[in-house]
Design a protein around this ligand. Structure first.
Ligand SMILES: [Zn+2]
Length: 291
């Protein structure tokens, strides 16, 4: 399933190739992936010139002279720029550019190609509620986002309305990099642990982003991402040695998902509870004053 590194890479590739191109034709092979009727979708985007391309969470936003094209690759698939005469067999929507090139959209499951008129992007419910892109969040903002939250760190990372772009594939290594157990509750995190989690998000996503995303998704030209399975730290490495301590990586149940962790490097117990720490610190300060 594509997550931020893959989506951001596709958006960057599309930006490089498609800005300034005009959509000469639109072909829809699976109308149920649209949010409007097939006729309206085609009418809306035919003749539109592509002006800007960006991404938010797992959505790619294409701004055109006739409004917005929004693509979500769902559980994965292929977004390919190909000559129109060699289109892949399975495709849901195809955009023709009139110069012989086509953008072919094909996803395995649950993908969307949506349209939003100019000025109506806020009304696109599936993307309007997304939290900020995970890699755009600065540390002070990240601290604020966690304030007052009670759930566990893994649920927070996966909740797209809090922080957008992280899915199960990268969550394992993000938590490992942060040294945090997935079920640690947010209200028990120390300041340095919050910083470690923020750093984990940046590193965990960044190491794949700089390689064009994961091996299991293809780029716009049909080549697999250069972030390979071997580069994963603990994710999907059950029984293998932890890269830090050499202990065995285990797979544990975390609600409806599983997580790969190193139990030694990611203990569930908080180092100390914040409440006790506060009392102790106060006592220590009081003792100091008495001296
Ligand atoms: Zn370890």
């Amino acid at each position: 399933m594509p997550e931020l590194p893959e989506i951001a890479s596709r958006a960057a590739e599309m930006k490089k190739e498609l800005i300034g191109r005009k959509i000469a034709g639109v072909k829809v092979f699976q109308p149920k992936c649209l949010n409007v009727s097939k006729a309206k979708f085609i009418r809306a985007l035919k003749g539109a010139k592509i002006e800007e391309i960006s991404h938010h969470g797992k959505w790619i936003f294409t701004h055109t002279t006739k409004g917005w094209l929004l693509i979500n690759m769902g559980m994965g698939g292929e977004l390919l720029l190909v000559p129109c005469d060699v289109l892949p067999e399975k495709r849901q929507v195809v955009f023709e550019f009139g110069d012989g090139d086509c953008l072919s959209v094909s996803f395995w499951w649950f993908g969307h190609t949506h349209y939003a008129a100019e000025g109506k992007l806020d009304g696109h419910k599936m993307s309007a509620k997304l939290g900020p892109n995970a890699l755009d969040v600065k540390l002070p903002e990240f601290r604020k986002m966690l304030e007052g939250r009670r759930g566990n760190v893994k649920s927070f990372l996966l909740n797209q309305e809090r922080i957008a772009g992280i899915g199960n594939a990268y969550a394992h290594d993000i938590l490992f990099l942060a040294g945090l157990h997935p079920l640690r509750t947010i209200d028990t995190l120390e300041d340095d642990e919050v910083k470690a989690l923020w750093n984990g998000v940046r590193k965990g996503l960044g190491m794949s982003l700089k390689r064009g995303g994961a091996w299991y998704e293809k780029d716009l030209y049909g080549k697999p991402g250069r972030f390979t399975q071997k580069m994963l730290l603990v994710g999907y490495r059950e029984g293998e040695p932890c890269p830090t301590c050499g202990g065995k990586v285990v797979k544990i149940k975390t609600g409806s998902t599983s997580t790969f962790i190193c139990p030694k490097c990611q203990p569930l117990k908080a180092k100390k509870s914040p409440a006790k720490k506060t009392t102790k610190t106060k006592k220590r300060a009081a003792a100091k004053r008495r001296k």
